[in-house]
Design a protein around this ligand. Structure first.
Ligand SMILES: NC(=O)c1ccc[n+]([C@@H]2O[C@H](COP(=O)([O-])OP(=O)(O)OC[C@H]3O[C@@H](n4cnc5c(N)ncnc54)[C@H](O)[C@@H]3O)[C@@H](O)[C@H]2O)c1
Length: 252
């Protein structure tokens, strides 16, 4: 058990990757605070986690609202008095496949709010807890599009911003025993994606990516969850400020 006695917060825990991470962390002995805007989905994650012998707690929060992030961290402090691991997974692309001329101010702002600003504020609150305790592991969710993507302008900017912020934070928090890293998956098969596209369009996308990725398939949520576990565990004790591409070799 790699996370015994650790308290871990996973945001976006109702979603495909967040749920996999929550289950994976609980299986390694952590007490996992699962959080999401989607209460029923997150309660389902908690039930799954508990049905397999894990320990968890649900706190609902919309990470685009600073007061809800503050309240999330306050509830954790009141309940546990410490926080070892934060995995900021909540997010998603609010403006997919737009031409540059069509960038919409509201959708662009939504992308920056839910992906980048939420991550910055959550990390600020994590630092406030972790600095005094002299220990912490922060894992942020970027995406392979941090390198740029021809029609995901604001999403790639947000995910690139997460990488820059992760590096800045790693430089600043290292001396306090806190590591800060980011994950950059290529396409991951999650129910939300498949449902949004519909089975036919999803299958076309999946096959197209599988042909282009050297490993010949798209990622599973577990592929990503295990990388989050690695970065949150002592196995990654001397790794900070890094972005881990979980891409099956895409874009080498
Ligand atoms: N699926 C992919 O191919 C892929 C690839 C690279 C990066 N990512 C990133 O991984 C993360 C998880 O995505 P996923 O693929 O599991 O999709 P998902 O839609 O299943 O999960 C996203 C979760 O975030 C939650 N969320 C959205 N807005 C929120 C808010 N304002 N406050 C709190 N929670 C909120 C949703 O309710 C959902 O449970 C996202 O940050 C996404 O950008 C996904």
């Amino acid at each position: 058990m790699r996370l015994k006695k650790k308290i871990a917060l996973v945001t976006g825990a109702a979603g495909g990757i967040g749920r996999a991470a929550a289950l994976c962390f609980a299986a390694e002995g952590a007490m996992v605070v699962v959080s999401d805007i989607n209460a029923p989905g997150c309660i389902e994650t908690l039930e799954l986690l508990e049905s397999t012998g894990g320990k968890g707690m649900f706190i609902q929060a919309d990470v685009t609202h600073e007061d809800q992030i503050l309240s999330l961290y306050k509830k954790i402090a009141d309940e546990f008095g410490k926080l070892d691991i934060v995995v900021n997974i909540a997010g998603g692309d609010c403006e997919p496949a737009a031409d540059v001329e069509d960038i919409d101010y509201e959708r662009m702002s939504a992308n920056l709010d839910v992906n980048l600003k939420s991550c910055i504020i959550s990390c600020r609150e994590a630092a406030r807890v972790m600095k005094p305790q002299g220990f912490g592991k922060i894992v942020n969710m970027s995406s392979l599009v941090y390198r740029g993507s021809p029609n995901q302008f604001s999403y790639s900017a947000a995910k690139g911003g997460i990488y820059a912020f992760t590096r800045s934070l790693a430089m600043s928090l290292g001396r306090y025993g806190i590591t800060v890293n980011a994950l950059a998956p290529a396409l991951v098969e999650v129910p939300a994606f498949v449902n949004a596209l519909g089975p036919e369009r999803w299958e076309m996308l999946r096959q197209d990516c599988a042909q282009r990725y050297p490993l010949g398939r798209v990622a599973t949520p577990d592929d990503v969850a295990r990388c989050a576990l690695f970065l949150a565990s002592d196995d990654a004790s001397f790794i900070t400020g890094q972005i881990l591409e979980i891409s099956g070799g895409a874009r080498l």
